[in-house]
Design a protein around this ligand. Structure first.
Ligand code: ZN
Ligand code: ZN
Length: 156
């Protein structure tokens, strides 16, 4: 690695396999899929510039209807690993630790509120049925649903 401090244009492919706490609830990386990091490390004044991309398979849960789906995400990387200890991503001696900058870039690329499709109708607030499938029978006030009698028992 120390060579990279004095050389430019070297490209290497790293595969990060360390467990990472992504800190995201609705989207997560699929555990048995590798997070591939293809990065070019270039010596620059004050540190090493890491550029390239990270590729991972994410599983999202729709925040409206809870449907899950998987998606390959490709995240561009471009971060300075700096020799200053106060930097966001400091060099550890002569080692450029890519885990933190890669994790931050991937987490930023994950949607905060994943939506399975723009017009997702979500779940019925009353019976929990997926409104996208028309599974909810609708709820008239004097419903003939078997739950109507139950509701009368529960309501004074
Ligand atoms: Zn949905
Ligand atoms: Zn319903």
């Amino acid at each position: 690695m120390s060579d990279l401090l004095h050389r430019t244009g070297e490209r290497r492919v790293e595969e990060l396999s360390a467990p990472v706490d992504w800190g995201v609830e609705l989207s997560r990386l699929v555990p048995n899929q590798p997070l591939l990091v293809e990065v070019s490390l270039e010596g620059a004044s004050g540190g090493v510039y890491a550029s390239g991309k990270a590729v991972a398979v994410a599983e999202h849960a729709c925040h409206r209807c809870n449907a899950t789906w998987q998606e390959t995400i490709e995240v561009p990387l471009g971060e300075m690993i700096e020799s200053s200890r106060d930097a966001d991503y400091p060099l550890d001696g002569e080692v450029a630790d890519l885990e933190n900058p890669v994790r931050d870039a991937v987490v930023l690329a994950l949607p905060l509120l994943p939506t399975c499709r723009p017009d997702c109708l979500g779940l019925c607030g009353r019976c929990g049925a997926d409104l996208n499938t028309g599974a909810c029978p609708g709820h008239d006030e004097d419903s003939s649903s078997p739950f109507a009698g139950l509701r009368e028992l529960l309501e004074p």
